[in-house]
Design a protein around this ligand. Structure first.
Ligand code: PCA
Length: 199
């Protein structure tokens, strides 16, 4: 039985982070999905660019009409995996993105709703990560940089398309706090828990 398409994205380098564990997790999933056989997993590493990442997320929603879109990113100042509850329609870049763009106090989408609540089941995602042996908590803010912009855009695109896509965001702590192998195991468990029809 096919449960549908699941899109999992990560981010490439940004700022002082030459390596981004979210990209490593996405590559590991691409090489070995390790999720229910009915799930068609699409993985992609997005550039940490406001313009290009948000445009690409809109394309991914339109192209695949996924049942789940789960975006991953690095939260440099956190020590555990966090599942985001909300994307807000505001950008305040503390550093330039990889296109040397540093938007400040502008909306992600002019005229869009102020915020979109994550539509994944946040509690199930946390329970799944913990079940895989990885500590996880909720987060009420994905920041005001590219990660938040991608979460907001994914939710916005799914709503506009009237698609059944549920979307959410997982921030990973630096690999020193959560090794990439453990993060990959947690994300696999989260994807399985969020996918309808999956065991
Ligand atoms: N973390 C940044 C952008 C890319 C990433 O992995 C953020 O939290 O916005």
């Amino acid at each position: 039985m096919t449960s549908g398409t699941v899109v999992v994205t990560g981010f490439g380098p940004f700022g002082t982070h030459a390596e981004n564990p979210s990209a490593d997790v996405v590559r590991a999933l691409g090489a070995d999905p390790g999720v229910d056989a009915g799930v068609r997993l699409v993985t992609e590493v997005l550039p940490t660019s406001f313009a290009r990442a948000t445009a690409r997320v809109r394309e991914l929603v339109a192209e695949h009409e996924p049942v789940v879109l789960l975006a991953l990113g690095l939260a440099e100042d956190r020590t555990v995996l966090t599942v985001e509850r909300v994307g807000v329609n505001l950008v305040d870049a503390r550093i330039p993105d990889v296109d040397d763009d540093r938007p400040v106090d502008v909306p992600v989408r002019p005229g869009g709703p102020d915020a979109h609540l994550a539509t994944i089941d946040v509690r199930s995602a946390i329970a799944a990560a913990r079940g895989a042996g990885v500590e996880a908590t909720t987060s009420a803010s994905a920041g005001l940089f590219v990660c938040n912009a991608v979460l907001y855009t994914a939710l916005d695109a799914a709503r506009e398309a009237g698609a059944d896509t549920v979307a959410g965001f997982v921030h990973l702590p630096p690999a020193g706090h959560l090794p990439v192998g453990d993060a990959t195991r947690a994300v696999r468990a989260i994807v399985s828990a969020l996918t309808p029809g999956a065991p």
